[in-house]
Design a protein around this ligand. Sequence first.
Ligand code: ARG
Length: 458
Amino acid sequence: MQLWKGRFKKELSKTTNDFNSSISFDSRMFREDIEGSIAHATMLGKCGIITEDEAEHIRQGLRGILADLESGALAIDMEAEDIHTFIEGELTQRIGNDGKRLHTSRSRNDQVALDIKLYLKKEVVNVRKQLRELVSVIAKKAEEYSDTVMPGYTHLQRAQPITFGHHLLAYAEMLLRDISRLDDCLRRMDEMPLGSCALAGTTYPIDRNITRELLGFDRVTNNSLDGVSDRDYCIEFASCLSIIMVHLSRFSEEIIMWCSWEFKFIELDDAFSTGSSIMPQKKNPDIAELVRGKSGRVFGDTMTLLTVMKGIALAYNKDMQEDKEAIFDAVDTVKMCLTAFTPMLDTMRVIPRNMRKAAAGGFINATDVADWLTKNGVPFRDAYKATGELVARCIELGCDLESLPIEEYKKVCDVFTEDVYKAISLEYCVSQRTAFGGPAPGNVRAQAERVKKIVKFE
Ligand code: ARG
């Protein structure tokens, strides 16, 4: 039954009702809707807009509905228009006339804006918590593999030696930025829209500060039109979630590569891998692939929200009902991805031997040869050129820089001495990269410690 029946003579057709209804996706906000209504009734009572007895009657009715929804004693009517009308209708059925007073000085427009904010505020905190868990797993692993030498890449070509701990901590940095972005998003979202009513505020002597305080918001919205037509908080949250997915997707891509026989830097635990229905030898990194794939959904959700909002005149338009499926899907997807990703990472087996082997090919210590010459007085550009010639010579001879005879070095530049060999051992190369932000084992341990402190669970 629609609450706005008065003006209409005919029943809504079934197809129109189905098309118009949002109950299938907004019913998940039933707690927030009831919480908002309890606060609203309390404020109406305190301001003398309804009596304190009426307010108490409404509160009791709403608490009963909440308890029955939680226990399953009351089922949500999927024919209802939305969660707001369902709960108000149920209240009136239960407590009679006083139930009809609840919507005084309120519109579904400010009610729905409130409900989404209440719901999303909790979800920001949930995602934030999951990110902290992931970052602490990364920091733990980084510490464990602080001196594990691996090749660092640019253009997916072996570039310079780094440590696996250092590589992992790069992701910790990305995810820490994600956490701080969520904090910003939450701060901006923390404005209570209730009291904006349909669009033009109200003539009743309401006190928005009472509801604000009861519902735990930092501030009230300053403009009633903006209060009901703003969905920036959905777009911003979806954008934060999209960036999180970019990071998880890049990480997944590396995990997928590292699992391949071409790399074999890691092996995922059986519990987080799948097999093939035809190829008995296969062990596939499905979780990482799904996370990489699901990033598309979240980007799509963000695009949906941007597109829904971009062309609608102030204030509320029904287009805005499309906000919920998009933002809920984005939140659900990211939470699901993190739930699968973190234990997958935590249980992976690292194979340092293969990382070391990969680091030994590809002349990744060439920069260190040039640096050795530079430290012995040769200008860097000349040193660079000489080292290039040495690499070419190695390729001709089929050896690497470590095994190239000293005579060959001297032929290219007579500054070379036997000392160069020590300077280009991979362990030494890595241990010397101590400039702040670099991959030396000591740096990695210090950074892991720092990261751990930031995400520490009290
Ligand atoms: N179900 C609606 C939504 O999700 C609630 C607001 C309805 N307001 C209105 N004026 N029809 O946006």
